[in-house]
Each structure stands twice: as C-alpha cells, then as structure tokens.
Design a protein around this ligand. Structure first.
Ligand SMILES: [Zn+2]
Ligand SMILES: [Zn+2]
Ligand SMILES: [Zn+2]
Length: 275
C-alpha cells in the first residue's frame, strides 16, 4: 500500500491564513516541511481521502490527474475536508470528461449527501452513504467506516476509516479523539500496517473532546499494541496539525519517538508497493 499525504494541516493551514504567531512566522520563513495545506491523502494513486479546496492546488503540485479518479472517501463535512462545490466541477461544462468514463463516487455519512445532492448526476457524480462498522468494497479495498469522536455537539456524523487490501491494512484516524472501547473492539483481529493518528493539538495537553495531541497518540499506540491490532512492524504516523500546538518538524519528531511526523508530500509505502 502506498499512502501519500497531500495536505497535513488542520482547518486554518500552517502558516494559518491570518496568523503571525511564532510557529506561523517560522513556517513562512523556512517553508519546506513546515508549510502544511488542508487535510487529504491518496492511496495507491487511486483512492482519495477527503477533498478540501486545497486538493486542487495539491493536484497541480504533485502532478496528479483527478479526471482519472473514481472514488473519494470523505471523513466529515468540515470545510477543510469536504469542498462540495469542487465536486460540481466534475459535470459538463465544467469538465469535458466523456459520459462513457466511470463516474466519480463520493463516500461518506448522510450529512455529506445532504450537502452534495444538488450537484449529483447519475453516471457522472454519485454519492454512497456509509454506515459505521458496515464494510464496503471499493475496487480491491475493503473500507470500514468508524464513528469519529469529533464535533460531538453537532450532528455531522463524522467518520474515520480502516482500509484493507490483501494482507495490508491502514487505519486513517483524523479529526477524532481517543479511541473508545467500542472502536478498539472493532479493531481487534485486524493487523494494521499503517496507523495515521490525529495530532491537531500537538504539544498542547488540552482536554476538550474532538482531537488528539502527542500524549494521546503515544497512548493510542499502546492501546493498539495491547489489543493486538498493531505490532513492531506497524508504521505509526502523526498527522493533521494545528499551528497552535505545533513545533518545528524535527522537534516534533523528537517528541514522538517511533512515529513518523507527516508533511505535505510524504509517502509511506508497505508490502508489495514498497518494492
Ligand atoms: Zn480537520
Ligand atoms: Zn499561527
Ligand atoms: Zn473536523
């Protein structure tokens, strides 16, 4: 499995759009790994996760071709993950992709459908509503949505995903808080090759509900190891950072021993695709 991180920031980006805090000033100056755009990833070049407005800039930057894309998983309807209007551009005349091509199917919870339904067109742009813990088959992947602990006072029904292909499994858990016992019981019996964890709070130890930081990431690794869903071969990644809890990339690596710290453009490869 080849996981490419296209965007690795929380909603406001790093540097944040209107911010001149120390971290944002540093990121503006140093650039490179310190600059983070809005959240999204791409699996094996064919399965896209999330689609913020920045996805267009990422398509250009990484020489991708979204006209070939047939499947997009959406975690939730926050604007840094789901730019509904952009999907409307899949239709004529905004795109000249012929109708003989397979449609682009967007997958997510029902609130995502409610937002996009005015843009849908059969055979061109479709939406499939997912139900937590009910796996769906997408190409060679088995995708299991989990209910995320995020925006808990809203009714946006956020999801995070377990994506399996053959012997490999990716846990992509962003915009969620610590795993619940229910989550862990559904992870039992799986063996993750890659675990990507929400690290929005970074070095800050905040107790609001909806995101994680370094401390929680280290704890979640212990929990996954304890239930047997991870082992010494599992690659752990911290991702989805806010400027508020962020320190420079190298410093973040020191604070997360055994983790990869994501950056825009980072590729993690496992199994056959790693050869
Ligand atoms: Zn987010
Ligand atoms: Zn800032
Ligand atoms: Zn969110």
């Amino acid at each position: 499995m080849k996981l490419m991180y296209l965007g690795t920031a929380a909603a406001e980006g790093v540097p944040a759009v209107f911010c001149r805090c120390k971290m944002c000033a540093y990121a503006r100056k140093v650039k490179g790994k310190e600059v983070r755009t809005r959240s999204g990833a791409l699996i094996d070049g064919v399965l896209k996760i999330d689609f913020p407005a920045d996805a267009y800039m990422q398509e250009l930057k990484y020489d991708l071709d979204y006209s070939l894309l047939q499947h997009v998983l959406i975690t939730h309807t926050h604007e840094d993950h789901y730019c509904v209007k952009e999907f409307g551009n899949r239709r004529v005349p905004f795109s000249q992709t012929p109708k003989t091509e397979p449609p682009l199917t967007v997958y997510g919870s029902r609130p995502g459908y409610e937002m996009i339904k005015g843009e849908l067109e059969e055979g061109v742009l479709e939406y499939k509503v997912l139900t937590p813990y009910e796996p769906v088959k997408i190409m060679d992947y088995t995708v299991t949505p989990f209910p995320a602990v995020h925006a808990v006072r809203s009714n946006i029904d956020p999801l995070f995903y377990v994506i399996e292909k053959g012997e490999e499994a990716l846990l992509y858990a962003h915009d969620t808080d610590e795993f619940t016992n229910e989550h862990l019981s559904h992870m039992k019996g799986k063996k993750f090759s890659i675990v990507s964890l929400d690290c929005t709070n970074g070095v800050l130890d905040l107790d609001y509900i909806g995101h994680m930081g370094i401390k929680d990431n280290l704890l979640m690794r212990d929990k996954l190891l304890a239930v047997g869903a991870a082992d010494e071969n599992t690659i752990f990644v911290a991702n989805h950072f806010s400027h508020n809890g962020l320190v420079p990339h190298e410093e973040m690596e020191k604070r997360l021993p055994g983790f990869l710290v994501s950056y825009d453009g980072m590729i993690v490869e496992t199994g056959n695709s790693g050869k």
